[in-house]
Each structure stands twice: as structure tokens, then as C-alpha cells.
Design a protein around this ligand. Structure first.
Ligand SMILES: Nc1ncnc2c1ncn2[C@@H]1O[C@H](COP(=O)(O)OP(=O)(O)OP(=O)(O)O)[C@@H](O)[C@H]1O
Ligand SMILES: [Mg+2]
Length: 249
């Protein structure tokens, strides 16, 4: 089986920076894997996500060395639309990722794009709205929603897309603990139904350790410092060996 995401000796420097933000990344993620990326603030997690979903290089230009394949192709060759057919993202900052004038339009957007017949579209939007609990909000404008509601709409958006890779950048950031739990359950459910590859980015280690994931990638200062199975002892060890036991607090 071929990796669905493959970084090889990959480095990236934002145009506005003097030093690379990502350095010598080697990372292969297989289809259907559920991977958690953790690391301190500023370590490059979101940048890594931006490379996977094409914001690098299309929205954030810079210098790339090494190679990246997403779904077997170079994101730079695919174009943003091409990548959006492979990768669905729930960004850390959910503003600006809504396209529709209403929640319903937003959820329907990718279906329209993929020429799904109207009848089927209504059914699907309704199903997803139910699932992420935004049915009462369908006629609202995205900007009228709370942070947590936006995040749920955004999750709904990636659920209607039939994409191979789902990327969540700090999906719990705007949620209270109870809603956060539901978001986690939702992600698990998406994976179960779809067998998609799931990449979740988390900032706090304690949020990360109790997740049901296949692998944990630890990022530090733009490098991968560990690529391991979820095991509290192992991770603690990694952090202590780096002399940064309080890295995530
Ligand atoms: N658009 C940009 N242009 C220039 N530099 C950027 C840009 N976005 C991020 N950076 C820089 O890249 C570094 C890593 O940022 P990134 O957002 O990837 O970190 P992160 O690990 O996601 O942090 P957090 O946990 O706070 O979200 C930071 O030093 C930041 O200043
Ligand atoms: Mg980030």
C-alpha cells in the first residue's frame, strides 16, 4: 500500500521568515490511519497542516525543499481545488473558511460543486446538519454563529465532502469540555463510516494522550522529534530526554 501523505526530506520557509519553519520532515501516513500531531505553540503544526491542504504554497508562498505527495501527487501541481477533492480541513481559526451565505448553503457547497442532484443534496445536508447538531441554524449566516457552532458547521462541511483525508487543526480549541467530547466522538464516527485517513493536531499533551489514535507524532521547533504509538510513558520519556518536560503546559 502507498502512503496517502508522504513527506521526504521536506523543509519549508515562509517568504516572510529568514529561517525555515519546517525542517527535514520525513513522515509517511498510510490510508485509514488516525494520526495525532502534538507539539508546543509555534513548533510548526499548523504549517505542516497547511502543506497538506495546499495553503502552502497557494496562500502562503515560500521556499520548499524535499518532496511532498498527497494522494500520490504534489499539492503544488494539484491546485487548491484539486487538493480540496482529496483533503478536507477544519482549521484552527474557523472564520474565513465559510463559503455560503447561510449554513445550509455552506454545507451544500461541495455537493453543488460535485454536481450532486438537488434532491439528494437536500437529504444529505439535512443528515449532516442533524449529525453535527446545527439543524436549527441552517438559515443563519455563518458569521452569526458562536465559535463552537462554527466549528460544528465546519465539521459538517468536511463530512459531506467525500474526501480521503480529514485534517483537524486543534478541533477542540473553541469548545467547552462537553462539546469537545462530542466533537471527538464525531471525528471517530466519521472515520468509522468513511475509513478516511484522519490527522488531528493538538497543542496540549494531556488532551492528546487519551485519544484513540494509531500514532502520535511529536513536533518540536519545526522537526519531528518522535513518531510513536500512544503510550504515556514513552511520550513522557521523549519529553524528558529533550529537557522539556513542561513543553506542553
Ligand atoms: N503565514 C505565515 N507567515 C510567516 N510566518 C508564519 C506564518 N504562519 C506561521 N508562521 C511562523 O511559523 C512558526 C510556526 O507556526 P505554526 O502556526 O505552524 O505553529 P503551531 O505549532 O501551529 O502553533 P500553535 O500551537 O500556536 O497553533 C511560527 O514561528 C510562526 O511565526
Ligand atoms: Mg497551530
Amino acid at each position: 500500500m502507498e502512503p496517502v501523505i508522504e513527506f521526504k526530506y521536506f523543509s519549508f520557509k515562509y517568504r516572510a521568515q529568514t529561517q525555515p519553519t519546517l525542517r527535514d520532515i520525513n513522515l509517511s501516513i498510510m490510508p485509514g490511519e488516525k494520526v495525532l500531531i502534538v507539539g508546543p505553540s509555534g513548533s510548526g503544526k499548523s504549517t505542516l497542516a497547511h502543506c497538506i491542504n495546499g495553503l502552502v504554497p497557494f496562500s502562503y508562498p515560500g521556499d520548499i525543499t524535499g518532496t511532498l505527495r498527497v494522494g500520490g501527487k504534489n499539492p503544488a501541481d494539484l491546485g487548491l481545488f484539486g487538493i480540496s477533492q482529496i483533503v478536507g480541513t477544519v482549521l484552527q481559526d474557523t472564520d474565513g473558511q465559510f463559503i455560503g451565505l447561510t449554513v445550509a448553503e455552506d454545507l451544500a457547497f461541495s455537493l453543488e460543486n460535485n454536481l450532486v442532484p438537488q434532491e439528494e443534496m437536500f437529504v444529505k445536508v439535512d443528515e449532516v446538519a442533524e449529525l453535527v447538531d446545527v439543524k436549527k441554524l441552517l438559515d443563519n449566516a455563518p458569521r452569526e454563529l458562536s465559535g463552537g457552532q462554527k466549528q460544528r458547521v465546519s465539521m459538517g462541511g468536511v463530512m459531506v465532502d467525500d474526501v480521503e483525508i480529514l485534517l483537524f487543526d486543534e478541533p477542540l480549541a473553541n469548545l467547552d469540555p462537553a462539546t469537545g467530547k462530542r466533537a471527538i466522538a464525531l471525528i471517530d464516527q466519521i472515520q468509522k463510516n468513511r475509513k478516511s485517513t484522519i490527522v488531528i493536531i493538538e497543542h496540549r499533551l494531556e488532551d492528546a494522550l487519551y485519544r484513540d489514535v494509531d500514532r502520535i507524532i511529536v513536533v518540536g521547533e519545526g522537526r519531528i522529534v518522535a513518531d510513536t504509538v500512544p503510550d504515556e510513558l514513552l511520550i513522557t520519556d521523549i519529553l524528558e530526554n529533550r529537557g522539556s518536560g513542561n513543553l506542553f503546559t
